[in-house]
Design a protein around this ligand. Structure first.
Ligand SMILES: N[C@H](CCC[C@H](N)C(=O)O)C(=O)O
Length: 280
């Protein structure tokens, strides 16, 4: 099967054009699980099938995590698929991408940079206690919870007091406890962040469905930006988020009267790594 491998800030994906419906929905989770397996196959954090639109979008993206579980949306994936869509003539410089979480608008900035409008914040809970299994010593007292879109992709947001704390090995236990906390019935991606005095933010995300830290997470970055806005820590404009795979920019737009977020735009690189044929 022909595939394209792409990455955005080191969050990597396998794309398959399924506009002719060759791969039935029942088979897609298995294909994703097999092809995403690192060392044994192509390897990626997630997989996207490009499908014919069901409503009035240019096309539809169906996302699976590397363990074969479905994801409602993927910010970096949507940016990559926007480049794929543009370069394969599925849409122009601006495009409408159908996702499970709702319609996402994409825009080409230049050859390697793509921007999407993230789905609206549908749920925001500040100061949630992520109850963990009895006796679990996770050390986290409170976190924030955000969903973007409907059904929204679930994100827990956790501030750490120092940038040196953003180390996968020291955060793994905490991440796994929050990821599986009964407080989040659909599970959660867990985004740790440190907001520096220079206006930049550093972030490290543990992803549901990958069950590990990834190099970047677009909807996670948008969720952290939504929390920082709600908490009055950032205003309107663009904030740069640094992560293991590079950086992503989030532009926050607010309604002047209500002070509510109207739009969150995610911009970053969308790189084509390879095109090839995978054996399934
Ligand atoms: N990396 C993604 C999110 C993948 C979705 C996934 N981990 C899930 O919770 O289903 C992003 O850039 O937004």
């Amino acid at each position: 099967m022909d595939f394209t491998k792409m990455q955005g800030a080191g969050n990597d994906f396998i794309l398959i054009d399924n506009r002719d419906g060759r791969f039935p929905e029942t088979l897609c989770p298995r294909i994703a699980k097999q092809l995403c397996r690192r060392r044994f196959s192509v390897g990626a954090d997630g997989m996207m099938f490009v499908e014919r639109p069901r409503e009035n979008g240019d096309y539809r993206m169906v996302f699976y995590n590397s363990d074969g579980s479905p994801g409602e949306m993927c910010g970096n994936g949507a940016r990559c698929v926007a480049r794929y869509g543009y370069e394969h003539g599925l849409a122009g410089e601006t495009q409408n991408i159908e996702t499970t979480a709702g319609l996402v608008r994409g825009r080409r900035i230049d050859e390697e940079r793509y921007r999407i409008r993230l789905n609206d914040v549908s749920v925001m809970k500040l100061g949630v206690k992520p109850e963990t299994e009895a006796g679990a010593e996770d050390g986290v007292i409170f976190c924030d919870y955000v969903e973007l879109g409907n059904p929204g992709i679930p994100h827990a947001v956790v501030e750490v007091p120092g940038r040196e704390m953003l180390a996968p090995e020291s955060l793994r236990k905490t991440a796994e406890a929050i990821r599986h906390s009964p407080a989040f019935p659909r599970g959660a991606n867990v985004n740790f962040y440190f907001a520096g005095d220079d206006g930049t933010v550093e972030e490290l995300t543990f992803e549901r469905g990958v069950e590990d830290f990834t190099y970047a997470c677009g909807t996670g970055t948008g969720s952290v930006a939504a929390v920082l806005t709600k908490r009055g820590r950032i205003g309107e404009g663009t904030v740069r988020f640094h992560m293991p795979g590079g950086f992503l920019d989030i532009e926050v737009c607010k309604d002047r009267q209500t002070d509510k977020i109207t739009d969150l735009y995610l911009t970053g690189s969308a790189v084509i790594v390879a095109e090839g044929t995978a054996i399934f």
